[in-house]
Design a protein around this ligand. Structure first.
Ligand SMILES: C[S@@+](CC[C@H](N)C(=O)[O-])C[C@H]1O[C@@H](n2cnc3c(N)ncnc32)[C@H](O)[C@@H]1O
Length: 234
């Protein structure tokens, strides 16, 4: 049976691919760059690491790793080819700093890799878009070698009530507005807003990671919990 949710998500990202980076920068007031640096710190790659970036989009996480802690190789994957096209153009313009980056169209729910193929798996803003989040987590666990790290960046629930209220107001009104302004496609950003609002709080996600077979699960709230970086060990 066709996965209607997945088709919708793919349709949205194929439409907004060329404007995605501008939207990210504007909607986060540029703060997303510091969040990416924190992801790279958490991944702490060395020249021996083989990285899989799931739902890698236009390559932000992969390129942040290449800048901060270059691994041996990165498999940069996404199920929307148009997002990977932008990543490819960024590589052609010098992003990736010569690290071996392979771009492949891959569904997070069904990773076409053997068990234990990678030492690091990253996933930024992917989990909340997946039809089956737990299955995607289990797939990440499967393709990680024992001791491998799973690093996830995702929107969170700010613990402070006032900050949470301000953030929710911003989400409800500004995300579709800025998205519509940048891309002309307001409805795609209404989906993005709704997916952020529907995503469970950090403790719940951490519990799901444990159930997926990860140990040493931890998370760090950034910008007061607007996003969280999760780390987990296979
Ligand atoms: C918000 S973007 C994040 C892209 C990138 N990780 C970043 O940090 O900018 C979400 C990405 O998830 C991808 N995606 C959604 N569902 C997916 C799935 N089932 N398998 C692979 N990629 C998926 C979309 O195509 C999109 O590129």
């Amino acid at each position: 049976m066709a996965d209607a949710h997945a088709e919708r998500v793919k349709g949205i990202f194929s439409q907004i691919a060329r404007k995605y980076d501008v939207f990210n920068a504007l909607s986060s007031f540029g703060i997303y760059r510091s969040w990416l640096r924190r992801v790279a710190q958490a991944a702490a790659c060395t020249g021996d690491d083989r990285v899989l970036d799931v739902a890698g989009g236009t390559g932000d996480v992969a390129f942040a790793l290449c800048d901060a802690c270059p691994p041996a190789s990165i498999e940069l994957t996404d199920f929307t080819p148009e997002m990977l096209d932008v990543a490819g153009e960024r590589i052609a313009s010098g992003a990736g700093r010569g690290v071996a980056c392979a771009l492949n169209v891959v569904d997070a729910h069904q990773l076409p890799y053997a068990d234990g193929s990678f030492t690091v798996v990253t996933c930024a803003y992917g989990l909340r878009n997946f039809s089956q989040r737990r299955r995607a987590m289990a797939e990440a666990a499967r393709v990680l070698a024992p001791g491998g790290r799973y690093v996830v960046l995702e929107f969170g629930t700010p613990p402070n009530a006032l900050w949470r209220a301000l953030y929710r107001f911003y989400l409800a009104h500004m995300i579709p507005f800025v998205g519509g302004l940048v891309t002309g496609d307001r409805s795609g950003f209404e989906y993005l807003r709704d997916s952020i609002q529907a995503f469970p709080p950090q403790e719940v996600v951490a519990g799901e990671l444990r159930e997926a077979g990860f140990s040493q699960v931890a998370y760090e709230n950034l910008t007061g919990g607007i996003v969280a970086v999760y780390t987990a060990v296979r």
